[in-house]
Design a protein around this ligand. Structure first.
Ligand code: Z5A
Length: 227
């Protein structure tokens, strides 16, 4: 793989989606990134998400976030649907673009399954590890940005938007377990993770993310980014 997979993770209302778009715009405007593109070292900088990064994934996403299904999803079927969404995303979207040299900014990836289904729903963590292996086919992120915010703050932001989905309607205890799950999974991660304090205003959080990105860009492309 010659591209880079950069993942945004975290609980509800941490600002992942907001920050992913700021990051995309900022990267596209950086002169060093533009020269990497001109030299053909980067083909494209694209944004995607899980669940729902593919056409099949969009259908799976509707099933997963439906608040009034004809019958409730069981926790195990929910887990398998997230895994199916990821397998399709990895095979048909992420791997081909990474192989062609794209930088991909992805809203959620495998750590979300550990945090939500493993810690939140309390499903077997070893089984989730196995499923993540199958779904990712071994593809890990080059950098994960963990937007961390206290549960009450994040839920407050998400609820202020109005309508809520199945996950947002889960109990406070569930969301506390999810945050603990992210903290556990990232403490043991074998791939690079930057914890970002997402409590501040949007622009301050964006600056923290840019500072973290620049540290990694100068490692990946030392001739284009001085540290
Ligand atoms: N899920 C899972 O269970 N297992 C898995 O394996 C995967 C996912 C991959 C996806 O829903 C759901 O799937 C998710 C986990 C589960 N649970 N839920 N719900 P989604 O994609 O619709 O939702 P999300 O990923 O949780 O996104 P979100 O709730 O929209 O949160 P966010 O992306 O982190 O935040 P945002 O949309 O950028 O901002 C939320 C609001 O806060 C918005 O009004 C912003 O204007 C505001 N905001 C953002 N930043 C700030 C700051 N800094 N200050 C103040 N206000 C802010």
């Amino acid at each position: 793989m010659t591209g880079k997979l950069i993942v945004m993770e975290g609980g509800e209302g941490g600002g992942k989606t907001t920050q992913l778009h700021y990051l995309h715009r900022w990267l596209c405007q950086l002169p060093a990134v533009q020269s990497l593109q001109a030299e053909g070292q980067i083909t494209d900088i694209v944004v995607t998400r899980e669940p729902g990064g593919t056409l099949t994934g969009q259908r799976i996403r509707q099933l997963l976030l439906d608040t009034s299904p004809e019958e409730p999803l069981s926790d195990r079927s929910e887990l398998l649907l997230y895994a199916a969404d990821r397998a399709q995303h990895v095979d048909h979207w992420l791997k081909p673009r990474l192989a062609a040299g794209a930088w991909i900014l992805c809203d959620r990836y495998s750590a979300s399954t550990v945090a939500y289904q493993g810690y939140g729903r309390e499903l077997d963590l070893a089984l989730i590890d196995q499923l993540n292996q199958i779904a990712t086919g071994g593809l890990v992120s080059d950098l994960t940005l963990w937007l961390d915010v206290p549960v009450e703050v994040g839920l407050g932001r998400a609820q202020a938007r109005g309508e809520s989905d199945r996950m947002e309607q889960a109990s406070l205890a569930f969301h506390h377990r999810v945050r603990q799950g992210f903290s556990q999974v990232f403490a043991q991660a074998t791939y690079p993770v930057e914890q970002i304090d997402a409590m501040s205003d949007e622009m301050t959080v964006a600056q923290h993310i840019q500072a973290a990105m620049l540290r990694w860009l100068s490692q990946w492309y030392p001739t284009h980014f001085s540290s």
